[in-house]
Design a protein around this ligand. Structure first.
Ligand SMILES: Nc1ncnc2c1ncn2[C@@H]1O[C@H](COP(=O)(O)OP(=O)(O)OP(=O)(O)O)[C@@H](O)[C@H]1O
Length: 589
């Protein structure tokens, strides 16, 4: 998503829908591609209903509506001009009629819209009522949970269990984290990739189940993640982690199902943001554990917190340095920063990396620290697991890796070897920041298709060997947004095979893309052995530290970064800017 829109032509609906009589100030922001007609429409309607006609206030409301579209929960009147001017083209800079920040704040503070509760001005941000209410609710529910009493564990049993499940010095960090989570009602378990979060979760579930057994109770466990793909991965990862546990403990975690947050909370076809479980009809589980919570929006967090029983344990797991949710909020980051100093802080961090060779781990660390020189140093050092193709011409750097993976997939698919073709999907992945343009997924999918055609001599479009990415849930077929598959030759004709064994005639699949390349956003929550990251030019506004970090950490064994020094520096230095009041609200409460 780019910060601004460029009107397609004079008939673009983002321009034409601006209501008659709109103040010139707002029209100027519309023509510059900052405010869409829809943003302005909401602001002028709210103004008309609430008795407000000041252009400055209407501008603030329209920019707040816009901010939510870009993932912020509210609008910072003091900084919005600076941050948006940076997104404008050079000839547009300095031409927009920004109000003076101090005057703006006082005009907004005196607005009848505030008195009417349509908007709120606190924690330095202007909030629409809906997001203000969500933020206050999340803060209140969390703070109540932090002070809640849970049955004290049997400490002797806990100590013995923790040393059995997490033996020796090598597991000390995880042992302490799991023991803390058994003692407290709410835990936020954070750590980068390979820091042993899943191992900790599996061991923690063993400890909780053992405690429940001692009390003669059943333990109902609900496992969830924000996306179907992440939920499937959580289930698999816990099964794998179970294999490492002492034999007698394995059955305590085996066979657990994981689901999406939407399904856990009880999806309602009549309402996209309300669920069957809520404050008046709580979830039945004694333990609710949510993975990949960096992707959890403010709205889902509010719905989750109101649905979990006050006496149930809530465990939120994630990596706060990754990209945040597609929808508004930066909840995990806010929880970590906002609750770090709380006397009953639920935040437990894992820092030791257990999986990676030094290369990827060092790169991830340098990125987290935001040290561009260090990032470049690691990239150029040629450490095992890291390759840097320092170039502004990515084709030679990527052609070999992409073509060889595509050829292997094609050969397996032609031979009818579905598991072999699917395995190639897990071996190499090309990640792009953009969908469109020369550094975008569409362009690179087409390029790889062309290279494959040149290499095989098959210019026909049989589709055999085409990797697929499902882009929308199809509950009838049982394929979910983010599922990956390959078209394989079978005696009955081409069939699209997915991990898990499902196979369909390709024509039955509705929303699918080719997946030689995929966006970094789509790749969040999945990994491959080797990942090639194509950095866009340094002036791309999508290029941020969070995006780069998320891309690099998708690699299990080898990451290849393709781009210029300027692009690497821009990526490290540009942060995702999301205004949110939750962090501050938690700090001052
Ligand atoms: N204390 C430890 N000592 C040695 N190896 C460990 C330890 N903890 C975990 N591992 C191993 O390190 C690898 C990564 O662990 P795990 O999958 O639990 O990490 P993770 O944080 O969940 O990773 P990701 O988020 O990337 O899935 C696994 O192979 C696991 O068996």
């Amino acid at each position: 998503m780019s910060e601004l829109f460029e009107p397609l032509d004079g008939y673009d609906r983002r321009l034409l829908g601006v209501p008659d009589g709109t103040p010139d100030e707002l029209v100027a922001f519309n023509v510059a591609g900052v405010l869409t007609a829809a943003d302005i429409h909401v602001a002028t309607t709210v103004g008309r209903l609430g008795g407000e006609s000041s252009p400055e206030v209407l501008l603030a409301v329209a920019l707040t509506v816009r901010a939510v579209r870009f993932g912020s929960v509210g609008l910072d009147l003091a900084t919005v001009a600076d941050s948006l001017e940076g997104a404008l083209s050079v000839d547009q800079r300095g031409t927009l009629p920004w109000p003076d920040p101090d005057r703006w704040r006082s005009v907004v503070a005196a607005s009848p819209l505030l008195r009417a509760g349509v908007v709120h001005l606190d924690t330095e941000l202007l909030h629409l009522d809906r997001y203000h209410a969500l933020e206050v609710q999340v803060c209140d529910d969390l703070l109540v949970r932090l002070d809640a009493e849970v049955p004290a564990p049997d400490e002797t049993l806990l100590q013995a269990g923790a040393h059995r499940v997490f033996p020796g010095e090598g597991y000390a960090e995880q042992r302490a984290a799991a023991a803390a989570a058994v003692r407290q009602p709410t835990t936020v378990l954070t750590g980068g990739p390979g820091t042993g979060k899943t191992t900790t979760v599996a061991g923690l579930l063993v400890l909780l189940r053992e405690q429940a057994e001692r009390r003669g109770e059943e333990l109902r466990v609900g496992l969830a993640a924000p996306t179907a793909k992440a939920a499937a991965r959580l289930r698999e990862a816990i099964e794998e982690a179970a294999d490492q546990l002492p034999v007698a403990d394995r059955d305590r975690v085996r066979g657990l199902e994981a689901t999406t947050l939407h399904r856990l909370l009880g999806f309602r076809p009549d309402n996209a943001t309300r669920f069957r479980h809520h404050r008046g009809n709580r979830l039945p589980h004694d333990v609710v554990l949510v993975d990949e919570t960096s992707m959890m929006s403010l709205t889902m967090t509010a719905r989750l917190l109101e649905a979990v029983r006050p006496d149930a344990r809530l465990i939120l797991v994630g990596d706060p340095d990754q990209l945040a949710s597609v929808e508004a909020g930066v909840v995990l980051g806010d929880l970590v920063a906002g609750l770090a100093e709380h006397p009953h802080t639920p935040v437990v961090g894992l820092r030791t990396v257990h999986r990676y060779g030094e290369g990827i781990g060092a790169l991830a660390r340098a990125l987290r620290a935001g040290d561009a020189d260090e990032v470049l140093g690691v990239l150029r050092a040629g450490a095992p697991g890291v390759t840097f193709a320092e170039t502004d011409d990515p084709v030679p750097a990527l052609r070999e890796a992409c073509t060889s993976a595509a050829l292997r997939m094609h050969a397996a698919a032609e031979a009818g070897d579905a598991p072999g073709a699917l395995a190639v999907l897990e071996q190499h992945r090309l990640l792009c920041a953009h969908r469109d343009g020369p550094a975008g997924v569409r362009h690179w999918n087409a390029l790889v298709e062309q290279w494959l055609a040149e290499a095989t001599g098959h210019h026909g479009r049989s589709g055999i060997g085409r990797p697929l990415l499902v882009t929308a849930n199809d509950y009838a077929l049982g394929v979910l947004n983010g599922d990956a598959g390959v078209v394989v030759a079978t005696p009955d004709g081409p069939r699209a095979f997915f991990t898990g064994g499902d196979a369909f005639a390709p024509a039955r699949l509705g929303d699918v893309d080719t997946m030689y390349a995929m966006t970094i956003h789509k790749a969040q929550g999945s990994q491959a052995a080797e990942v090639s990251v194509l950095l866009p030019p340094e002036d791309s506004l999508l290029l941020t530290r969070e995006l780069f970090y998320t891309a690099v950490t998708r690699a299990r064994e080898h990451v290849r970064v393709v781009g210029t020094e300027a692009a690497v520096r821009a990526a490290v230095e540009r942060r995702v800017q999301r205004a949110s009041g939750l962090r501050r609200r938690l700090q001052v409460s």
